[in-house]
Design a protein around this ligand. Structure first.
Ligand SMILES: C[S@@+](CC[C@H](N)C(=O)[O-])C[C@H]1O[C@@H](n2cnc3c(N)ncnc32)[C@H](O)[C@@H]1O
Length: 378
């Protein structure tokens, strides 16, 4: 668990400080009233729409229209140059048409906003390569043998030592071997990937792309670098993840364009996925009750990842499109801890809450409410 970096400045309204029960957390700097907005984040580091919902969620504003297919995509025959705004056209050196990047949008203006991001063609071309590769493997996929393989892998024991040796083998053995091959042969050496790994390739590629263009001294970068990694506990619980992550790394190592490849180090790759496990925010369908809303994907918002969970939270988090806001739901005094609810299980009894948080989030909840109830309820 990360313990060192407690001097992160995220908001003028709170400090990030060490707790005695659960790593770092956010503490109010001053007395503040219920309804105060303590953090709004307009820029996530990356997001991942579940494969199942890829055509039903807008890749720009995250709108979901109860299962309706999004109206707009990057058309295969459309000239990139025609869509790029003035001043961004130099991103393409020769006439290029889109080639299927797996990006859907709710309307033309969302597509145009997406495509007007700086250097975005680099990422779109990476998505095109990944999609073409994923589709080229379609005939080889066999769901029954995948399930069998999953069962087998999930029965293996994964210690930190095994995880470490896996990556050192990739570094010392697999990379030098693949580096010697011609480009055409490299692609043939790639492992078969399924939907989860394909989505994960896209997620890591998007993260690398955004990191490449993020100021190293920005709050976004500082908070990303200091994120807590849950790699070990997650792989310990789902051993198949190590195999899956290895395939994602191998696929990206061969398919990433020259512009992104230098960023793909094993340690950054492990940090991206390890910190995703404990810090990702779910992208949930709006306006439905907790029981019936769809889980559309997840996003990484490092600036907002230092709130601990409480079973009696004083901060409400709300997603409005692709923005995330955090608002006090009660008055707080200077020094008071600011906590959100991770789980949507606040109405359950303390033992059930502890069990679910431990199973799904890998921590024993040390919030005040649980501590109090554990002392009094047996
Ligand atoms: C999103 S991070 C919050 C920031 C984290 N404490 C840190 O230092 O980076 C989630 C992690 O914080 C810790 N955590 C959050 N709420 C907690 C709680 N109520 N009790 C114990 N640990 C908690 C767990 O380790 C959890 O995996």
């Amino acid at each position: 668990m990360e313990t060192a970096n407690t001097d992160l400045i995220v908001s003028p309204l709170f400090d990030v400080k060490q707790t005695t029960y659960g790593g770092r957390a956010c503490f109010a700097r001053e007395d503040s009233k219920e309804g105060t907005n303590i953090l709004s984040v307009n820029r996530c580091l990356s997001s991942s729409i579940s494969h199942e919902f890829r055509k039903e969620v807008c890749h720009n504003c995250l709108k979901y229209n109860n299962g309706k297919i999004m109206k707009v995509k990057l058309d295969r025959n459309q000239l990139v140059d025609d869509l790029l705004p003035d001043g961004k056209k130099e991103q393409v050196s020769r006439p290029k048409t889109f080639n299927g990047a797996g990006l859907w949008f709710c309307c033309d203006s969302c597509r145009d906003e997406y495509i007007s991001q700086d250097n975005i063609i680099e990422l779109i071309e990476t998505f095109e390569t990944l999609l073409a590769h994923f589709q080229s493997q379609a005939k080889r996929r066999n769901t029954a043998s995948r399930i069998e393989e999953e069962h087998k892998l999930n029965e293996t024991f994964m210690s930190p030592k095994i995880i470490g040796s896996n990556w050192s083998m990739i570094e010392k053995d697999w990379i030098p071997r693949i580096d010697q091959l011609k480009a055409s042969k490299k692609a043939r050496m790639l492992p078969l990937i399924y939907e989860e790994e394909y989505q994960c390739c896209r997620f890591v590629a998007q993260t690398l792309f955004n990191l490449k263009y993020t100021d190293p001294n920005s709050v976004l970068m500082k908070t990303f670098e200091a994120l807590q990694s849950n790699e070990q506990s997650r792989i310990h619980k789902f051993p198949i993840l190590l195999d899956s992550q290895t395939k994602v790394f191998q696929t990206l190592y061969v398919l990433l364009p020259f512009s992104l490849k230098p960023l793909l180090t094993i340690s950054l790759f492990r940090h991206i996925l390890g910190s995703e496990y404990g810090n990702a925010f779910g992208i949930w369908q709006d306006g439905e009750s907790n029981d019936s809303r769809e889980y559309l994907g997840f996003w990484i918002v490092p600036q907002a990842s230092y709130f601990n969970h409480s079973c009696s939270p004083n901060v409400d988090k709300k997603r409005i499109g692709n923005k995330l806001t955090f608002t006090l739901n009660s008055n707080v005094v200077a020094g008071q801890q600011l906590c959100i609810d991770y789980s949507g299980i606040l109405s359950l009894d303390v033992h059930k809450r502890q069990e679910i948080l431990s199973e799904n989030w890998f921590f024993q909840c040390g919030c005040e409410k649980c501590q109090l109830e554990l002392q009094t309820i047996h």
